[in-house]
Write a protein that binds this ligand. Sequence first.
Ligand code: 3HC
Length: 311
Amino acid sequence: DEAPEQAAFDAVIEADSRIEPRDWMPAAYRKTLIRQISQHAHSEIIGMQPEGNWITRAPSLKRKAILMAKVQDEAGHGLYLYSAAQTLGITRDEMTEQLIEGRARYSSIFNYPTPTWADMGAIGWLVDGAAICNQVPLCRASYGPYARAMVRICKEESFHQRQGFEILLTLMQGTAAQRELAQDAVNRWYWPSLMMFGPPDDESPNSAQSMGWKIKRFSNDELRQRFIGMLVPQAEVLGVTLPDPELRWDEGSGRWITSEIDWTEFHEVLAGRGPMNAERIRRRREAHEDGAWVREAAAEYARKQQLRDGG
Ligand code: 3HC
């Protein structure tokens, strides 16, 4: 028979309730959460770079202000998630080192370049749209700090998705050149956004256990299908074409039929050989090193405060 704490843990999971930092948990549960939450946090922080690339070149003050707010939100999302991961026993320094040394995963999607302003629309509409499909179910993840971080993040993410849609709509209502720009960006971001949901279910080593622990609520393919179902009517409103000639709804099986997803590209990007992997890590390392003086000053200030307060 099970050890009493394992039985208590299983009962909480069974009851769809929450595991909190001080609760006993299986070491493998802790390890999976550190893996997923730290990767999620890294994704938010690295995700600031593709969009940051356009803050100084936004076409208007309004667009610049919105993009700055969005990039700041991503930084905040990263901080909530690093804090959630720290409740599991890993430190912020360890996670930062793992990322900077190229030993940490982050979402494949941020390893693609953003050559035109229309990329800001495609990222908001497709990448944040996919993130919403993936993150809403995570609001019900069994680990308390992660689920609560998700609730806050999902509220801000819907603004991100709306502003991306609106950028594309504005371009599609513009000149032929602007419409061409928007369609080109959708062509480049569509397939990588489908890959954000992870490998096909039959090639997803973590899914079964993650779903058993009610961390992952829906499978990779289920969320990918849900995302496509969300995109099709919105693409019609925008007047853009999703770059998959095979895409159609199959009434019989109740699912979207798509062309083959290029999983070789996915694995290349995960192996660090995507178009921008090296650049993203280089920039992140540079930002960390350039910011060292701020950390030292803050630590010194805190030390002096403590001395003064006789701490
Ligand atoms: N990018 C990078 N790595 C990926 C990936 C992707 N798109 N999809 C899967 N992987 C990795 C997994 O991490 C795993 O590798 P690991 O065991 O070394 O960590 C391997 O590929 C196999 O995938 P699995 O399906 O077995 O792994 P998971 O059960 O962890 O599922 C996931 C993958 C669906 C991404 C899940 O980890 C998850 O839901 N993570 C939290 C959500 C997240 O990270 N979203 C990032 C979106 S970007 C974002 O949110 C920013 C927003 O503001 C745009």
